[in-house]
Design a protein around this ligand. Structure first.
Ligand SMILES: C[S@@+](CC[C@H](N)C(=O)[O-])C[C@H]1O[C@@H](n2cnc3c(N)ncnc32)[C@H](O)[C@@H]1O
Length: 416
């Protein structure tokens, strides 16, 4: 708190929070709203030094989780029971003293056989991730299980991978011009890996493990970045069935088909028309037909002419935020050239608020900062309007998600 004495703003926020908690029935959008309110309470309670302490707590947690994930430690903890830190260290096959030694004497630690893995785990437990059932006996809970396998842990790993670029930003800006951020081969990300000269996606593909991590991450983010619930794909049924020879949806840069799979919940089997997934050759090459039922694949570079003409819908999800405006216009013009008079373009991205409001959704802001690492940016409504207009589109409707900044912008070609 800024000064001693009662804080009416804090009391009002606490009352509001308590009332909302009593009404909470588990609804995911409401849960996100409540978390924001809890953040607001914390901001109001913090002293000026507290944010710095919080940052350090989170940095330490990230380092501890990185160690636990990359050493395979979490995988060795039984999901249904518990394990001692000593058993854990033996199972992981890592000398206990080899973990967390950078600031301590390895000799004395080794001699004392201090359970270093437990030190990382304890920090996790303090953040609600895992439990210490008894002294030095650890067990999973639902939060620690998120780090076991699947998209969530790959998201964690890709975030850690990007931290190298975060840390090097001051050095990047000292050694690069403003225009370098517009040069796709000079991203802070590629710079941080010593891979300048490659684009972000070439740098991702440079290491097959990194490419796998990235693709898995893109598949898992639906809870915070929804696919359905905005543009009404189901409403096109009659239109698509009337002209089935026109592909239904062309998902450009669609990754592992996550959107086209989700869209089939609303449009079973694409209403009898083609669902086409386009992406870079190594992403397409990593897919099996079982991964993407009812979906046709096509290796395609969206900087070249679009080969699928006159589809019902061209979908661009989380593509334009990877780039600055002039590059977006190039991608959009390739789509415009392929569209027929009745084709729609659906741009699915976040819309950055015009003004920063504390307590609003945080994702667009960390996402925007992350996009800077790869020569991209989140865009405001005005910025979307400008690039769409320049590329020959008019906006039909902005379909917003029920909460936050997610939106799908439905467009058509401008009338001639
Ligand atoms: C941020 S991901 C979004 C994936 C998917 N649209 C989604 O929302 O989950 C960007 C995708 O664009 C693909 N991509 C990048 N450059 C491309 C290019 N020049 N041509 C086609 N696809 C590209 C990447 O491989 C990746 O799958």
């Amino acid at each position: 708190m800024a000064s001693p004495g009662k804080n009416p703003e804090l009391i009002a926020a606490a009352d509001e929070f308590a009332a909302a908690v009593k009404e909470f029935d588990g609804n995911p959008a409401e849960q996100m709203r409540l978390l924001k309110q809890a953040d607001k309470l914390r901001f109001l309670l913090e002293s000026p030094m507290d944010p710095i302490m919080k940052q350090w707590e989170v940095s330490s947690l990230i380092a501890a989780m990185h160690l636990l994930v990359e050493s395979g430690t979490l995988e060795k903890i039984p999901v249904q029971s518990s394990i001692t830190s000593k058993e854990l260290a033996t199972l992981v096959g890592i000398d206990e003293s080899a973990i967390g030694l950078t600031t301590l004497s390895s000799k004395s630690l080794f001699a004392d056989n201090l359970p270093n893995i437990a030190r990382a785990f304890r920090l996790a437990v303090m953040h609600g991730i895992g439990v210490e059932a008894e002294p030095n006996v650890f067990a999973h809970n639902l939060k620690s299980q998120m780090y076991l396998r699947g998209g969530a842990v790959e998201f964690f790993r890709i975030c850690v991978d990007q931290m190298r670029a975060f840390i090097q930003l001051p050095e990047y800006f000292k050694t690069h011009t403003h225009d370098d951020l517009y040069d796709l081969t000079k991203s802070p990300y590629a710079y941080s890996l010593g891979l300048e000269g490659l684009t972000y996606y070439e740098a991702i593909s440079h290491d097959p493990e990194r490419l796998r991590m990235f693709n898995m991450t893109m598949m898992q983010m639906e809870q915070s970045i929804p696919i359905l619930g905005m543009f009404p794909f189901a409403s096109l049924k009659e239109e698509v069935e009337a002209e089935p020879e026109r592909p239904f949806v062309v998902d450009i840069g669609g990754g592992r088909g996550q959107c086209l799979i989700a869209i089939q919940q609303e449009a079973p089997n694409g209403f009898g028309s083609k669902l086409i997934l386009q992406d870079r050759p190594d992403v397409i090459g990593s897919l099996t037909p079982e991964d993407i039922p009812n979906i046709e694949t096509m290796s395609y570079d969206f900087f070249t002419s679009q080969p699928v003409k006159n589809a019902h819908v061209y979908l661009l999800r989380r593509i334009l935020h990877d780039f600055y405006e002039p590059v977006c216009v190039k991608i959009l013009k390739n789509i415009a050239d392929a569209m027929g008079p009745k084709s729609r373009l659906v741009v699915a991205d976040m819309i950055l608020p015009e003004k920063t409001e504390v307590g609003a959704e945080l994702i667009p802001y960390w996402m925007d900062f992350s996009m800077m690492m790869l020569n991209g940016k989140e865009k405001s409504r005005k910025e979307f309007e400008e690039i769409l207009d320049e590329s020959g589109f008019e906006i039909v409707k902005v379909w917003k998600y029920s909460f936050g900044t997610q939106a799908q912008i439905e467009c058509r070609l401008k009338a001639a």
